[in-house]
Design a protein around this ligand. Sequence first.
Ligand SMILES: [Zn+2]
Length: 327
Amino acid sequence: MATVDLTSLRSHNDRTVLRLVRSGALSRASIAAEAGLTPQAVSKIVARLISAGLLEETGAVRDGGRGKPRMSLRLAAGGACAYGAHVDRDELRVVKLDLTGEVVSSSVVPLAPMFTPSDVLDVLAPLISVDEKVLGLGIGIAGPLEHRDGVVSPHGLPGWSSVPLRALAEQRLGLPVVVDKDTNAAVLAEAWRRPLRDAALVFVGTGLGVGLLLGGEVHRGARSGAGEFGHTTIQLDGPLCVCGRRGCVEAVHATATGAEAARVLAAAVTNLVQLLDLDQIVLSGRTVLESPELYLRAMPDVDVSLTSYGADLVPVGAGLLILGELF
Ligand SMILES: [Zn+2]
């Protein structure tokens, strides 16, 4: 099997063909029609993607009834894979994704209080096996962080200040690494499975934040700081927060319980919907998933749903930061 050479597969047309096959365009002819490419160009691209191990033929289909049958194409699930990790405040969760974005394997390891970046790498390294099919590792972690450089200073992790997590992980693991906020990874994972355009994924776990999708794109803001929804003020002079300020949504929510906690979150989400004119809210994170009905009932009157991923949401999205570059 040929090694996956990402540099040769990042052309616009290669990505277009992979995206169309993923979305259901099954023959070379239908790909050509949808992409606006000539059949000859599509044949060349498909041949290249098959030899790279990313596409496979599944047999002949007759899509017109007349004429010669066409070979149907699909993603070769095993042709490439990516790892995704979620560094949470108390555990590390890692998944391996195949080319279709499905979880091949998944593990979770508890992290001791006051864990350091090198503790995380010590736990992470044995869970990653690098071979020529592995495109890289995506890491989702709480903000604030700098997405491009992968330098993180996450709230709620004492001692983590300006940690060059991306560089440290690349050096330790010997593969490409991308770092993003856990909430951005999460909204990417949701958008991989269903059409989302102007949406917020609200994540309530050990922390509280949102991943924003505006016009179909992840919105990171000028300094990768967008989505620090948990640290917007909802109660002047309220309880002290891990960020050092008072009355943040995260802190007020944490001091409430049951229906009152759901009401706090709903008030903050209503502000967000008003501000950004969102039409879809996806609720996620272990706190919400423990009592989903409570949270669903409290939300404003827009399309509100629960994540379909469960606990693997963030690591899957982190893996898609890598895998998504092919589409
Ligand atoms: Zn705060």
